[in-house]
Design a protein around this ligand. Structure first.
Ligand code: 13P
Length: 279
């Protein structure tokens, strides 16, 4: 059942849990994610990021996402992750996505507000919800993790007032990719951001975060947590195990193993985010 991001995250905010937002790059990822949500009776977000289009084209993935979301009885949001331009957000909306993220975090505050507003106007006119980002969520190994890149509270107040976004991704020490060491998130800053803005907050870079930080996040304003790398690592490990244990591998079992591995990773995260039995 397709639902809106705004409604799904408002429920999460009330219930103090987070909805898992899983980047699905294949049909096996989509099937595994939806099966996990069904088994745990959880709301779920399936999403595709613009940087992932070269290996998982939007036009090919969109029908799979939408059909899977329509066929299941659990609430699903079909979401564009890290749209980098007006055009990409428009493309995702034309493909039927019900929610888009515009990532203007690398822009100046003024320009981020201006472009987010432009896209928000277009999205809202189409009945589509919008997530934006403020503060720099870097990439492991690419950015200097020691720099103060946390989302500024005063900037966040202004950003939310002027854009009225449905969800805001914040930088509190989180990074995308496979962490070399488990990060320590700035929960004090998260609490300040929550109190100052009141908007459902989003944690990107979920893979590799400690259980303690996940719990602190979901009990202090994070309503959506993005997970990408962990799914692909889980699938890779699943295939390796299957090949190591199977004398005569075949492609049907291999596919089932990819679905199962995706499902297990998604189930583990749904439990951690306490969104099970919230559908
Ligand atoms: P990870 O790959 O670190 O889980 O990050 C996912 C993400 O934030 C996608 O937007």
């Amino acid at each position: 059942m397709i639902v809106s991001l705004k409604e799904m995250l408002q429920e999460a905010q009330k219930g103090q849990y987070a909805v898992g937002a899983f980047n699905c790059l294949s049909l096996e990822n989509v099937q595994g994610a939806i099966q996990a949500a069904e088994e745990l009776n959880a709301p779920i977000i399936i999403q595709l990021a613009e940087v992932q289009f070269p290996c998982a084209p939007l036009s090919l993935m969109a029908p799979q996402y939408l059909q899977a979301a329509e066929e299941t009885s659990v609430p699903v949001v079909v979401h564009l992750d890290h749209g980098q331009s007006f055009q990409t957000c428009a493309d995702a909306i034309c493909q039927g996505f019900g929610s888009v993220m515009f990532d203007g975090a690398s822009l100046s505050l003024e320009e981020n507000i201006r472009q987010t507003n432009e896209i928000a106007r277009m999205a809202k006119a189409c009945g589509v919800d919008i997530e934006a980002e403020l503060g720099r969520v870097g990439d492991v190994g690419v950015d200097d993790a020691s720099k103060d890149v946390f989302t500024d509270v005063q900037e966040a107040i202004r950003f939310v007032e002027e854009t009225k976004v449905d969800a805001l991704a914040v930088a509190i020490g989180n990074q995308h990719g496979h962490y070399v060491a488990t990060p320590k998130l700035n929960i004090d800053r998260l609490i300040e951001l929550k109190q100052a803005t009141g908007v459902p907050l989003v944690l990107h870079g979920g893979s590799g975060t400690s259980e303690e930080d996940f719990k602190a996040c979901i009990h202090n304003g994070i309503c959506k947590i993005n997970v990408a790398t962990a799914i692909q690592l889980g699938v890779t490990a699943g295939i390796q195990q299957y090949l190591a244990n199977t004398a005569k591998p075949n492609y049907i079992d291999m596919k089932a193993c990819m679905v199962e591995a995706s499902k297990q990773v998604v189930m583990d995260h749904i439990r951690l985010f306490e969104s099970n039995d919230k559908a």
